[in-house]
Design a binder for this molecule. Structure first.
Ligand SMILES: Nc1ncnc2c1ncn2[C@@H]1O[C@H](COP(=O)(O)OP(=O)(O)O)[C@@H](O)[C@H]1O
Ligand SMILES: [Mg+2]
Length: 358
């Protein structure tokens, strides 16, 4: 069965440095949660605190209402995939996968059946006799997953398991992990610093910054409604235009009163966040209610195959980024470098956050 995880007030310091500061999260049973944040934000410390390999100074971690902080790692009923896989090089694939069963004194026919099932789950049937050094990176990763699921733990933790793989294999493995989650129905907490991976895999994304949780939401809400500049900047690409102070004169805000009331009023320093794919190119002088407008000049145009990136320079020198698909009819609408253009952002696609940067 899957289990819920309830974390309250978790803190951990190394000397004067706070790796985790007062972290609280509720993870419902059976969810796939990704922990996303830059290097050093405390993701591994949080994951290893759940696993039992890191010891918090304060706080509580409950699994299905049982406090686990005093339990040894192998008494927590949690499967772990470590970042470096931590497979045993001197053992065969089968011995590696059977190791957690050995610890739990499961032997004989039951051991063999479980190892076989775990190998099947990661599509490595028939590889049991191989040595670890005879496997590719992707295969090792699968064996590490098989070893984490073989004893059917209630919770599976994974620390950047795909970071060593190339992009194509990583994307294939992401889909396999998602399917594995659907078939096992276990709670998964998955650490990554790759924002696309975090959005692709998760039911809920937890964004961390400097030992704190800064936002927890569905992938769509994290992308469409980032709560801070940090989240908007870390996830996806964003253009930032201040709606306060000097320089706002270049923005022609023809937005509704409802939008102003809901998103702009009451903020000290409202900052407009614009995703590159939401910007439209409109005719010179175009102005209708319901949008923000800025005039600009086309700068560099980068063709990436599936996407084309267009940089545009605002009158104040700031560069903004637009993104388009590469259908011929779409490409035909992009004026050449040096052309004057007018950009529009519909208020439905606009994000406003508090400008928390000094
Ligand atoms: N054993 C340790 N001793 C001292 N500092 C540590 C130790 N482990 C982690 N840290 C520090 O705690 C912070 C968070 O580390 P970590 O949880 O590994 O971050 P992440 O996984 O997000 O990259 C980092 O600044 C790291 O240097
Ligand atoms: Mg880490």
């Amino acid at each position: 069965m899957a289990s819920s995880i309830t974390i309250r007030g978790l803190s951990k310091s190394y000397g004067a440095f706070a790796a985790l500061s007062d972290v609280s999260i509720d993870i419902p049973a059976g969810q796939f949660i990704t922990l996303l944040g830059p290097s050093g934000s405390g993701k591994t410390t949080l994951l290893m605190s759940i696993a039992g390999f890191s010891h918090p100074d304060r706080g509580s971690i409950r699994i299905d209402d049982q406090e686990i902080l005093d339990l040894e790692p192998n008494k927590r009923d949690i499967g772990v995939v470590f970042q470096n896989y931590a497979l045993f090089p001197h053992m065969s694939v089968e011995e590696n996968i059977a190791y957690p069963l050995k610890l739990r004194k499961i032997a004989g026919a039951q051991r063999d059946a479980r190892v076989k099932r775990a190998l099947q789950a990661v599509q490595m049937d028939g590889y049991g006799a191989r040595r670890i050094h005879e496997l590719s990176g992707g295969q090792r990763q699968r064996i590490a997953v098989a070893r984490a699921i073989v004893f059917e733990p209630r919770i599976i933790l994974m620390d950047e398991p795909l970071s060593a793989l190339d992009k194509k294999l990583r994307e294939e493995m992401q889909i396999e992990l998602k399917h594995l989650h659907q078939s096992l129905g276990r709670t998964i907490v998955y650490v990554t610093h790759d924002q696309k991976e975090a959005l692709t895999l998760a039911d809920q994304v937890v964004v961390m910054d400097r030992g704190r949780i800064v936002q927890k939401d569905s992938p769509r809400d994290i992308y469409e409604q980032p709560k801070t500049r940090f989240v908007a900047d870390f996830i996806g690409n964003s253009n930032f235009l201040p709606l306060h102070g000097a320089g706002t004169g270049t923005i022609d805000a023809q937005v509704s009163d409802a939008f102003r009331r809901q998103h702009m009023q009451g903020r000290q320093r409202p900052l407009l966040v614009i995703r590159p794919e939401k910007l439209e190119i409109v005719p010179a002088g175009f102005r209708e209610p319901g949008s923000f407008y800025v005039d600009a000049t086309v700068g560099e145009i980068l063709f990436q195959g599936d996407l084309v990136i267009v940089f545009a320079r605002l009158p104040n020198g700031q560069m903004v980024r637009l993104q388009r698909g590469t259908r011929r009819t779409t490409l035909a609408t992009i004026p050449p470098e040096g052309s004057p253009i007018r950009l529009a952002l519909h208020e439905e696609d606009a994000i406003v956050v508090e400008d928390d940067r000094p």
